[in-house]
Each structure stands twice: as C-alpha cells, then as structure tokens.
Design a protein around this ligand. Structure first.
Ligand code: GLN
Length: 457
C-alpha cells in the first residue's frame, strides 16, 4: 500500500481517494465523505514528515469505514433510519489503533441496516452496486466497504462479519476479506449485531496489507472482555507443506459449476506445490444455517432493544405517550429485515419455545465447534467456496428472505465456531464476475492463514 513520505504527501493520497469516491458516486458506496476532516488530518501528517518526526505505519493511507463503527467523524447510523442524526462521542478501539498509525478515514460506507443481510439491499440509503457489474449486488452486509476497495478508491476498508459480511462481499468483488478468530480484534465501539459471533475485520487487495492491518488492530482490550490475549504477532508459523481439507458433505449440486471449477483448479495448484489434500466429513455443518438463524436473531433482539427513540438518533414525532413513542419510533425506524429478526429472536427466547429452539440451536453450535476441532486434528486448513454463487442480480432475492439466508450457508459455520476465514480471489466467471474461495484455519491461526493464502495466488 502507498504510504505518505517525503515524495508523496498524505494530502495528495487523500485528495486522490476523495476524487475517486466522487467519480464512482453512482455506485452508492459512501453515506458520508469526510472531506474536511481527512484533509486536515493529512496536513498534520505532512507537517510531521516535513519536520522529520516519526509517523505511523499507515501514515496518510486513505481508508473507508463501514458505517457501524463509532467515531465522532460523521454520523454512525449503521445505515438504519432509527440511528439517523446520531453522532458518536467515542471512537471504536480498532479505529483508534488504525488512526494512531496515521490511517485517514475518507468516508463511511453503506451496509445492510444493522448488518442484517447479504446484499446491502437492506440499507436505508438504497443498495450499493457491484464493482464488476452494476446490475448486480455488492454482497453484504459490508457491501460499500468491499466496493470501495475493489474500485481502488481506498487501500483498505473496515468491515464486520457476524455470518459472512466480510467474506461474501469480498468474494463478490474479487478482493481479500478476513474474518479473524472471534476475540482477535476488539468489538468496543462497533454497533452490536450478535455479540457471540460479531467479528471486526478488513478488506484489502493483498495478503501483506491484511497482515499489516491485523498486526496493528489485533490485541486485548479492557473495554471488550471477550478479546483474547495478544497472539497475532507472536503466532508460530506452520512449516510447509500443509494438509488441506476439503469438505465432502457440502452438497455440490447447490454450488455454481464455475465456483466448483475454481475450487478444483486451486486444489490442483496446491497439489503441484506439494501440499496434501484430504477429504473431511463434517456432517454437523448442515445444522449451521438453522442454528445461526436462531442464535443470531436472539442476540439481535436483545441488542436492538436499546433503540427506543429516547437515547439515540431518530424519534417519531406524533407520539402522545411513552408507549406510542417507543412503538412508532421502532416501527418507522427499523427496516423490515430488522423487524423480522427482532420477532424471530423474541419468539425463540420466549418461555414456551426456548427449549425447542434456542437450546437446541446452542447444542448444534457445540457440535459444530467440536467438528472443526476434530477437522483441524487431521488438516492444517480447509478450503471451501464462500457462497454458493457469484454476485446475483439486484432485486433477485429481496422478496424471499429464506433465499437470502441461504446465501450464508457456507459462511456462518465459521462464526458459530469462532474460527478465522479468509476470502481469496479465485478468478472470474465467463461473464466476468469475481469468484472467491475461503481458506479456514483453527482458532488463533490468523497470521499463518494469511501467509498461507499466498500459496493460492
Ligand atoms: N448475511 C448474514 C446475515 O444476514 C451475515 C450478516 C453479517 O455477517 N453481518 O445475518
């Protein structure tokens, strides 16, 4: 990535990025452009470079921030109506770390409201368009961030991945996207979706950029007690060659044939490089999607209960008493998909149905965790598709929530188990749409996973 120095100024880098952002305005990538703030920041960095002072490892690097990260620059709305007008007094830990190293946020990116979705069509601001085909979706929920990197507007972008929201849009736009091990990066200052599966991660154009960002953003944080003790920068790298698992149980017919071919050719590439391919049986994965769409809505229903029209953002006007104020604000402020999940979540947690749904899903989750543990006794990494298909048409799945949920069938198991997954670009379809594959590793293998991904280039 291009870093500001004596020959290229931070201001130049930032102005170029802002210009490109405006040039691609029709893609609906940004919900806010941080023009004044970014230029002021760049000038400070340039002044320090001029004086010969030390600058950070990301000095002057323009980046895009998913709209659910809290920072005082622009409103944090998670692309939801109910948060319109909310400016955060605090900065997310991950953002503070990047900015301490000199990274400059040039804009906030569009997303499915509250990160509920797989296409960025559930945004209050309308959909973001795919970088390779404007009639298709960007993927989601971090669609804006993925397209900002794919169109080369910024060097990197932040994202959140609760069930695939970094990996799937990365694959739809032909770039790298990492969902780290759960707890690797602090969630402090990021709008919560499902606290037990939410992960903070990045979109980049290269594995080396990903490694640099991870080495900066990872680490324990007293403000997020689920963060793991620092391991990223100390991790031992596995010796080559490696054993790569492929999953027998995935129903191949439901995966697009061009994606299957891309997987087969990467498997051949790995073999020619001396790695061993082994077949895995992971039958519990077939319960992952059902378990995810019980556990995650349950957590969503709890996390979204705080949006009441009193404390944050939007408030409905014509409310005679407190109850109607809550009702009207939540009714007008949430998107249909947000409401669907609040209803499912409260249903599966209700006393009559808790055992039948939530408890069963929690048990299935334990099976899935065990299955990954066993798999990683037999192999070092697992290689699978990210999603069953390349980017689909805008509007194709908006009328059918279950079809949209099925998009996540290969991405959600990792979130339930807390293991890291990296989307790697793996060529294009005949129509020129990017294909992505996901490389999965055991918990805390993030660094070696990123390094190993170079074997697939
Ligand atoms: N598509 C998944 C969902 O809608 C994942 C979303 C995410 O990772 N934020 O729940």
């Amino acid at each position: 990535m291009k870093i500001a120095n004596k020959t290229v100024s931070a201001e130049r880098l930032v102005r170029d990025a802002l210009e490109k952002a405006k040039h691609f305005a029709d893609y609906n990538i940004f919900t806010f452009l941080n023009e004044e703030g970014a230029i002021a920041r760049a000038r400070e960095i340039d002044a320090r470079i001029k004086k010969g002072e030390k600058v950070g490892r990301l000095a002057g690097v323009p980046y895009a921030m998913k709209e659910n990260f809290l920072s005082p620059d622009g409103e944090t709305t998670a692309s939801a109506h109910i948060l319109q007008g909310f400016t955060s007094p605090i900065t997310a830990t991950s953002i503070a770390k990047l900015e301490e190293e000199g990274a400059i946020m040039i804009g906030r990116t569009n997303m499915d409201a509250f990160a509920h979705g797989s296409s960025t069509e559930n945004s209050y601001f309308g959909p973001t368009l795919n970088s390779h085909d404007k009639t298709r979706v960007a993927g989601g929920s971090s669609g804006g961030s993925a397209v900002a990197v794919a169109l080369d507007i910024v060097e990197f972008a932040t994202g959140t991945d609760t069930g695939g929201s970094i990996r799937q849009p990365a694959s739809f736009n032909g770039i790298y996207g990492l969902k780290p091990t759960y707890g690797c990066i602090s969630r402090y200052g990021v709008v919560a979706m499902a606290s037990s599966t939410d992960c903070i991660g990045f979109f980049t154009k290269t594995p080396d950029d990903m490694d640099l960002l991870m080495s900066i953003a990872s680490g324990q944080d007293s403000k997020d007690l689920t963060t793991l003790p620092d391991y990223y920068n100390n991790e031992e790298k596995n010796p080559n060659p490696q054993k790569i698992g492929i999953i027998k149980d995935f129903d191949n017919d439901s995966v697009d044939s061009e994606i299957r071919n891309a997987l087969a050719s990467k498997i051949d590439l790995l073999k020619t490089k001396g790695h061993e391919i082994i077949e895995l049986e992971m039958p519990a994965l077939k319960y992952a999607l059902a378990a995810y769409y019980i556990i995650v809505p349950a957590e969503i229903a709890s996390n979204l209960s705080r949006y009441d029209g009193i404390r944050y953002g939007f408030r409905s006007d014509d409310s005679k008493d407190l109850d109607t104020l809550y009702n009207n604000t939540r009714n007008e402020g949430f998107m249909p998909e947000n409401k669907r999940r609040i209803m499912i979540g409260n249903f599966v947690l209700s006393s009559g149905f808790y055992d039948a749904y939530f408890l069963k899903a929690a048990k299935a989750r334990t099976l899935i965790i065990k299955e990954y543990k066993n798999a990683f006794k037999k192999c070092d990494y697992i290689l699978t598709p990210v999603a069953p298909n390349p980017a689909f048409k805008l509007g194709e799945k908006t009328g059918d929530p279950v079809a949209m949920y099925l998009e996540d069938v290969m991405s959600v198991p990792l979130n339930l188990a807390g293991v890291p997954g990296l989307t790697i670009p793996a060529g294009k379809t005949k129509n020129g749409l990017p294909i992505g594959l996901q490389l999965i590793g055991p918990r805390r293998s993030d660094k070696s996973l990123i390094k190993f991904s170079k074997e697939l280039m």
